[in-house]
Unconditional design. Structure first.
Length: 198
């Protein structure tokens, strides 16, 4: 039995719809959302804390690095549920994504570049990546200098002092931006003798 080509020849050809993959093609930031891999990296960096605590800069914080606002009605020592932590994360990520869209303007980005910039805005706040506060970052974005952007992802200070955790986080952010490597640079390894090193 052969294939009946007559029926195929009489049909109107359909256009193949090709979905763009942001891991392979740079896209407008308006079309991107933070990846699940980045969400996992954020949770590793920030931890998931259900009791309100003070971060390294002294700000009340809870969940996955959510800065407590007066609208939250929470004080240091108060507890939230895991679902509350996820709700805060989703809301905070939406704000960070919008911040990246304003920052990147018309700069096309790979998914991992977008993720790294979301981490930056999530971590330091949109107000710290403005042209006044981060002129070199904004200049690099303006001229589409991706290496220059990566160089400006270093933020090491909180509350006026260098925080070792922010140094590692900046290294990870640069690795995400440049190499799509979401691995934690502080990840512990165990040698054949069972010795743990970082």
């Amino acid at each position: 039995m052969g294939l009946n080509t007559a029926a195929v020849d009489n049909q109107t050809p359909t256009k193949a719809v090709r979905m763009l993959d942001a891991s392979q093609v740079r896209m407008d930031a308006e079309k991107l959302k933070v990846s699940d891999t980045m969400k996992e990296a954020l949770a590793e960096e920030e931890g998931v804390r259900l009791t309100v605590y003070r971060d390294v800069a002294g700000y009340p914080t809870v969940g996955v690095g959510h800065l407590v606002t007066p609208e939250d009605g929470l004080s240091v020592g108060d507890r939230i549920t895991y679902e509350d932590a996820l709700d805060f994360l989703d809301s905070d990520l939406e704000k960070a994504e919008e911040g990246v869209r304003r920052l990147a303007r018309d700069l096309p980005l790979y998914q991992h570049e977008f993720d790294a910039l979301v981490d930056l805005v999530y971590n330091v706040g949109e107000g710290n990546v403005t042209p006044d506060k981060s002129p070199k970052l904004n200049d690099a974005i303006m001229v589409r200098d991706y290496d220059g952007i990566a160089d400006e992802l270093q933020y090491h200070h909180a509350g006026g002092e260098e925080a070792r955790g922010l140094v590692f986080r900046s290294e990870r952010r640069q690795s995400i931006f440049m190499d799509a490597s979401y691995d934690d640079p502080r990840a512990a390894t165990v040698d054949s003798y069972g010795q743990v090193s970082t």
